[in-house]
Design a protein around this ligand. Structure first.
Ligand code: MLT
Length: 395
């Protein structure tokens, strides 16, 4: 019996599990303290009313033999037409035409980001920005793939660009970036698309935070000419519509994307129909309500609420003269640890002295050392209180 020994190459704990363990240990040792969590990007606003109504209606349908639903439609890998059409409408409003068969409903971006790797050989080289969402590196370590990192740092505005000297088959891009909040503009994304088309690489584009973009910046890689020949886009309802506990996302795999003589849309459909039985009907009906006119209005109220938190935090850091990125087109604030402190030293210092938990930047890659990430997904009250304590500690 041989196990997959690649798993032994992973760090002992997934980043947010390591942070969670520190948080729990601190709370256990100091039960009297009120600890504020601004670490994992988990939402706090309730679901939008139209999502709740749509889910209630779907529950009611499940209660009657005439309207009850079993497995979803297999011709669209269990995605219901109502949701697929609402996603198509969401893209079309930005001038992007996506065919129904190109949209695959999932239980969230994290699953797809890992599962899409089934399409590619373990021999492929993967290019991953550093720092970035740890799932990209961890899932490729599990598969035993060679990883090349693209440095993201202050000198390139945390937005690495293609390097002609680097050969990669799979390229991850995350924009707005988790953790830095940096966002690629059209010219920069076009450079990546041209590079991938030239070299035959495939871009896995993580657009989980696109709804936070306020400036005139691309919200989908398919806004860029040529992307349909080289990119797969992975999206989520988690941060857009507060679905972290509901679980729904989708991937767009163009029918025009082929590599090694194979059509990746067909391969992905084959993979999903074999290994996945779909996202629940009730969840899909809730998600379909998100991109209606009413849904867009209601979710924008929640997005504005989180933007308000980001403003509270950026004003706090401005007041302390601490450099940061993010917070404007992203729910994350990526701050430099003061006085040259390391990420974990600062994490411990803030936890012990202000009872606030953030995420150590080094958990997102070596270039994250010396940085610390705060999330805007908490409540106004907790965000304000955390900022008051941080100001008190660092002023
Ligand atoms: C984060 O905090 O980076 C995200 O919430 C993690 C995730 O979406 O899985």
């Amino acid at each position: 019996m041989q196990i997959n020994r690649n798993f032994l190459e992973l760090k002992d704990n997934y980043l947010f599990a390591a942070v969670g363990a520190k948080y729990r240990a601190f709370c256990k040792a100091h039960p009297e303290k009120d600890v504020i969590k601004l670490s994992v990007g988990d939402v706090t606003r309730p679901l939008a009313p139209c999502v709740i109504s749509a889910m209630h209606r779907a529950v009611e349908e499940m209660a009657h033999a005439e309207t009850f639903k079993g497995y979803g439609p297999d011709e669209t890998c269990f995605g219901y037409p109502a949701l697929i059409e609402s996603i198509r409408g969401h893209y079309a409003r930005r001038g992007v035409q996506i065919a129904a068969k190109e949209i695959f409903i999932s239980d969230g971006a994290k699953s797809d980001l890992g599962n899409l790797l089934d399409l590619f050989s373990a021999e492929n080289v993967v290019l991953i920005p550093d720092p970035v969402y740890p799932v990209y590196a961890d899932t490729n370590i599990m598969a035993g793939r060679k990883i090349v990192f693209a440095d993201a740092n202050e000198s390139n505005g945390f937005l690495p660009m293609p390097d002609g000297g680097v050969k990669a088959d799979i390229i991850y891009l995350c924009s707005p970036n988790n953790p830095t909040g940096a966002v690629y503009d059209r010219a920069q994304l076009k450079a990546w698309v041209d590079y991938a088309n030239r070299t035959g690489a495939v871009i896995l584009y993580d657009a989980a935070y696109e709804s936070f973009i306020r400036d005139d910046l691309p919200r989908s890689i398919f806004e860029i000419e040529g992307a349909r020949g080289c990119a797969i886009e992975v999206c989520s309802f988690s941060k857009t519509a507060g679905f972290t506990g509901v679980r729904c996302g989708f991937s767009v795999v163009p029918q025009t994307l082929s590599r090694g003589g194979a059509d990746l849309n067909r391969l992905w459909a084959r993979r999903q129909i074999t290994k996945f039985n779909g996202t629940s009907y009730i969840t899909q009906m809730g998600a379909a309500a998100v991109f209606t006119e009413e849904g867009e209005k209601e979710i924008s109220r929640n997005l504005d609420y989180y933007r308000g938190n980001a403003k509270i935090m950026t004003e706090c850091l401005d007041g302390l003269k601490i450099p940061y990125t993010g917070g404007r087109n992203s729910p994350y604030i990526w701050m430099k640890c003061p006085n040259g402190m390391s990420s974990w030293a600062f994490f411990d210092y803030v936890l012990e002295n202000a009872c606030v938990v953030g995420t150590p930047g080094c958990g997102f890659g070596k270039n994250g050392e010396g940085y610390y990430r705060l999330t805007a997904f908490s409540t106004h009250e907790k965000t304000e209180e955390a900022c008051r304590r941080i100001t008190e500690l660092l002023k």
